[in-house]
Structures are given as C-alpha cells and as structure tokens.
Design a protein around this ligand. Structure first.
Ligand code: AMP
Ligand code: MG
Length: 408
C-alpha cells in the first residue's frame, strides 16, 4: 500500500503549472499571480499631509508649547491634487488638505482642530493669519516620500491569490495589467445506478447524488471552475458519453467519485483503461483507501472513492494540492495546527483523517470527535471544523496527546 505522501507526490509529479495570461486589474480578484511584482516607484510619491490643517515650519510652533499661541501668516492654499508653488519662510503657513503635497520649507502640519480657524464648510477660503495653540514636532502629520515602500521592492510574490487589498496596492503603483494563471476547469462526474438527482423523488434502493454537490463546491473553493457532467450509469456507454464530453470541453482535469473500485459494475475504471491508462492504488489511509489516477484521451483523471466522506477527504488530501500546483498557487490551502485530544482515539494503524471539532481556549487548542466515523456519515463532517490526522502506525492516541489537525 502507498503512503499518503507517496501517493500525493506521485500524482503531483504528473502535473505542470498552467501558462500565465495578462489581465486588466479589474479582472484579477482571487486570481493567482504568475510573477513577482516589484514597485516601479516609491510610495508615498511625495511628502503629503495626513490631515486637513496648516503646513508650517515646526520650529515656528515652539513658543506654543509654553502656553502662548503663535500667529503665522497664511501665504498659500494647497488643495489635494495641486502642486505648491511657495517655499515657506519663517513665520509663514499654508492651508493644506489631506493628501496634498507639503510645500518646500514646511516640515509639519497643524490639524485645523488645533488652530483658531474653525470654518469647516466646503468652499471656505483660507484665512489671512492663523493662530496655533499647540507645539508640533518636525514630521508630525506629514507622510514622507518613500516611507511605505521603495522602487524595486517586491510587493507581491508569485503564487499569491490576489486579495482586494492587493488590487488596491497594485493600483496605487499604476499597475493596470497583471500576469495571472488561467482559471482551471475541472469536469466532475458521479457514477452509480443508485444515484438520482437531488430534486428527483426517491424510490426503493436509490439515494441522492450528494458527492457532486460537495465536490463541485470544493473545486470552486480552490479557485477552479466546474463542468458538471452529471451521473454516469453503471454502463460502458454512459461512462464513455460523459468522459467524451469532458474531452470536447478541453478541461484541465477529470474528477470522478465512485465506480473505480473492484465492484462488478465499476465501469469507470474499465472505460478509462481502454482509452488511456489507469493506476488504481490502495493508499494507506482512512477513510478513502481506494484512489484511481490516470488519463483519458490525454486528459488527467483522478477517481475518488464513492463514500461521501471519503470523497471529501480524498479531495482535500490529493485534489486540492493538484489544483494548487496546476493553478500556480503556493501550496497550503488549509492551515494545519497542533491540537490536544480531549478523548482517547483508537485507530487501525492506517493514516486516519477524523472529523473533529477544534476549540481554542486560554491559548490551548483541543479537539473532540464529532460522532461516528463511518465513511458515509456526512453529518459528522458537517459538525466538524477540522480533520485530525492520526499518523500511520499509531493504534491509540491517549487523552491529552497532541496531533495535527487540518482546519476546514
Ligand atoms: P462505489 O465506489 O461505487 O462502490 O460506492 C461506494 C459507496 O458510495 C456506495 O455506498 C455508494 O452508494 C456511495 N456513493 C457513490 N457515489 C455517490 C454519490 N455521488 N453520492 C452519494 N453517495 C455515493
Ligand atoms: Mg457504485
């Protein structure tokens, strides 16, 4: 039997990161950056005021510290977006708005609240003189050129999924187009004669197809698009028809659940083998021991187990890393933390992924299982916020021992 790590590495070795495309910034939210981005200029671009107030020479305000106010003559009015033309001399001030360039000679800004000028209405003209009752230090309320970042600084690294604030920073730096990886497309099929759509009435022996809903959402959570192929009947013809659709659509990956085991009606396995190749592995894990990997007409294929919890765990352990690699993302979609077991956990020696609830209290993370761990019991996965990893070879984890937990 393969270990989980061996199986994952074997699968990953068959995938190459897709090419990049350059998109306008407006289309880049949540897209994966394909290259490091360096700043083409410094930020802030110029010394500017962080307050509405009066730009002054800080030394002129020194007497105000002693309780006496200082009166300065206002020689300019500097709205945001304008270029100051004055150089402040001793005893002079300039009215200035937030974000406006600080004039030469000035090295501080007194907020309007700390002056005797109380007109706040839009359109008010600047006063002739201004009285300051407070001492300001050099640099106060001035955002200095280049203090946030310098030309050439790498501001975003390749592999990062672009967040809203990243787009803001790119825009600040005038970067209108960004190299990102293509959105991946994954064809998804379920298989089994027992499966009926969620909105069809149940009849004897049938169950609703639940995997395609959970798996589609997982695929989307990894940033890829889903092509829902539906449910393949347990016949060669039905399986073939769905797989052919995936080929016509030129997807990056075909993902299936069920039908790749050793059952007499597991035609997915047979159809793929006849038109490509298929490795069927037993992975030393629980749930989700059977895992199929191969190619159909040149398109990569991963076959997850049919049991709903096994399919979910198989996605997190094998498929998410594949989508991250294909899509150029840095690995590590789900964080792992150390947690203390609140109950004794018995295991069969396979690497096990157990549904659990992790709590963080007084700086300690602890976990308890959410119910019976049957691979069809989706409720216990719904109630879980983590998968505890019981390593291979471990038969018993005593109360209080720490294990790794993947936070869902
Ligand atoms: P199989 O791999 O076909 O032997 O299926 C294993 C188990 O998973 C069986 O109990 C199936 O009924 C169940 N199963 C397979 N596919 C799905 C699905 N799409 N949704 C819910 N259960 C499924
Ligand atoms: Mg089946």
């Amino acid at each position: 039997m393969l270990s989980v790590t061996e199986a994952r590495e074997r699968i990953l070795s068959h995938f190459q990161t897709t090419a990049a495309e350059t998109l306008p910034l407006v289309d880049c939210a949540n897209r994966v950056l394909a290259r490091d981005i360096a700043a083409a200029y410094d930020l802030p671009l110029f010394n500017n005021s962080s307050m509405d107030g009066f730009a002054i020479r800080a030394e002129d305000s020194v007497p105000a510290a002693a309780g006496s106010s200082v009166t300065l003559s206002v020689v300019a009015d500097i709205p945001a977006g304008s270029v100051p033309t004055v150089t402040l001399a001793k005893g002079q001030a300039a009215r200035i708005m937030t974000g406006a360039q600080v004039p030469a000679g000035a090295d501080a800004v007194v907020p309007v609240e700390d002056t005797d000028f109380h007109s706040r209405e839009a359109g008010t003209t600047a006063p002739q003189t201004i009285s300051i009752a407070k001492n300001v230090k050099p640099g106060e309320n001035v955002r200095l050129h280049g203090t946030d970042l310098k030309t050439g600084d790498v501001i975003l690294h390749k592999g990062r999924k672009l967040k809203p604030q990243d787009l803001g920073l790119l825009a600040m730096l005038g970067i209108a187009e960004v190299p990102v990886h293509r959105i991946l497309r994954v064809a998804l099929l379920s298989s089994g004669d027992e499966l009926i759509p969620v909105d069809a009435p149940l009849s004897a022996g049938k169950i609703h197809d639940s995997n395609s809903y959970a798996l589609a959402a997982l695929i989307e959570s990894a940033g890829a698009q889903v092509l829902r192929l539906g449910v393949a009947r347990d016949t060669r013809a039905s399986v073939t028809a769905l797989l052919e659709k995936a080929i016509t659509e030129k997807v990056d990956l075909i993902l299936s659940s069920a039908g790749v085991s050793v059952g007499a009606f597991d035609f997915v396995k047979e159809v793929i083998e006849a038109n490509g190749k298929l490795d069927f592995w037993k992975v030393n894990m629980r749930p989700g021991k059977p895992l199929a990997f191969g190619e159909y007409q040149g398109c990569k294929f991963i076959g997850l187990p049919g049991n709903p919890v096994s399919a979910f765990v198989g996605f997190e352990i094998f498929v998410r890393p594949v989508l991250e690699k294909l899509g150029g993302q840095l690995p590590g979609g789900r964080p792992t933390v150390r947690v203390r077991c609140e109950e004794q956990i018995d295991s069969d020696g396979r690497e096990s992924y157990l549904r659990a609830r992790v709590r963080h209290e007084n700086g300690i993370s602890s976990a308890s299982l959410t119910g019976h761990q049957g691979s069809g019991n989706l409720l216990s996965l719904v109630q879980a916020n983590a998968l505890l990893i019981i390593p291979a070879g471990v038969k018993c984890v005593p109360v209080g021992q720490e294990v790794d937990a993947i936070l869902l």
